[in-house]
Design a protein around this ligand. Structure first.
Ligand code: T5A
Ligand code: NA
Length: 210
């Protein structure tokens, strides 16, 4: 526990949900609104397509390459591992990270393909544990009606239905479920309140875990 004054850490806040649930829209709103309250915040996302591993993932998602289901699963996980130490340093220095997708996406999407759940979870063990997981809840049908759907590999209604079931299996009582069909501003208000609570809890000494 690091609750000595001046040594407070940032919070690890993760947004999860189906494709097109609105994570990116909310991340880009949350960042300035938390900064406006005087918090040090960065917006992150996985996959991080800027690394070498991220470029392999990006090629796979845009159907420019084919990969074995287990190979792509491990690449998604490696993409989080290659960012782990930077993530830890940022959090310890007091910066809050708002992260668009994390390990839950890794497990939900791969297990929706039929891969064993425990096998999917194994490479995630040891990554930093989020302080808050927010699930933006939308039906696969409603998400499919949103703009741009259908461009990438997993953006198919039947598959998204399976992903929704996987998320349901993975979720626990600590997750905050937000209705992702509400107006953008209403969701933002809810998220901001949850984020501020979480940031304050971490500032007051909640230790970082993995
Ligand atoms: N994946 C990811 C894995 O398989 N394993 C892993 O380990 C990880 C990390 C990544 C893909 O890879 C998979 C999951 C994904 O299939 P991505 O780059 O994260 O892909 O892409 P998506 O998450 O699909 O991102 P999208 O941009 O599709 O969705 P967002 O960010 O959830 O949604 P957003 O904000 O872009 O909004 C989508 C549309 O809806 C509108 C927006 O204006 C936009 O047009 N919208 C709303 N409309 C009405 N009401 C609201 N409240 C709205 N909010 C947004
Ligand atoms: Na997105």
């Amino acid at each position: 526990c690091n609750n000595s004054k001046g040594d407070s850490r940032g919070a690890l806040i993760v947004l999860e949900g189906l494709d097109r649930c609105g994570k990116t829209s909310q991340c880009s709103r949350l960042l300035p609104s938390l900064e406006g309250l005087g918090h040090s915040v960065e917006s992150w996302r996985f996959p991080d397509r800027n690394t070498g591993v991220g470029q392999m993932i990006s090629a796979y998602l845009s159907n420019q390459s084919q990969l074995d289901d287990r190979a792509i699963h491990l690449l998604f996980s490696a993409n989080r591992w290659e960012k782990r130490s930077l993530m830890e340093a940022k959090l310890k220095s007091g910066t809050t990270l708002i992260v668009d997708r994390y390990s839950y996406s890794g497990v939900a999407f791969s297990s929706a393909k039929g891969l064993d759940l425990q096998w999917c979870k194994a490479p995630e063990v040891g990554l930093l544990a989020p302080d808050l997981v927010v699930y933006l809840d939308i039906s696969p049908e409603k998400a499919a009606e949103r703009g741009g759907y259908g461009g990438e590999r997993y953006e198919q209604l039947e598959f998204q239905r399976k992903v929704a079931q996987s998320y349901h299996t993975l979720s626990d009582a600590s997750w905050k479920i937000v209705d992702a069909t509400l107006p953008i501003e209403d969701i933002e208000t809810q998220l901001k309140e949850m984020a501020v609570d979480c940031i304050n809890t971490c500032k007051n000494g909640k230790s970082l875990s993995h």
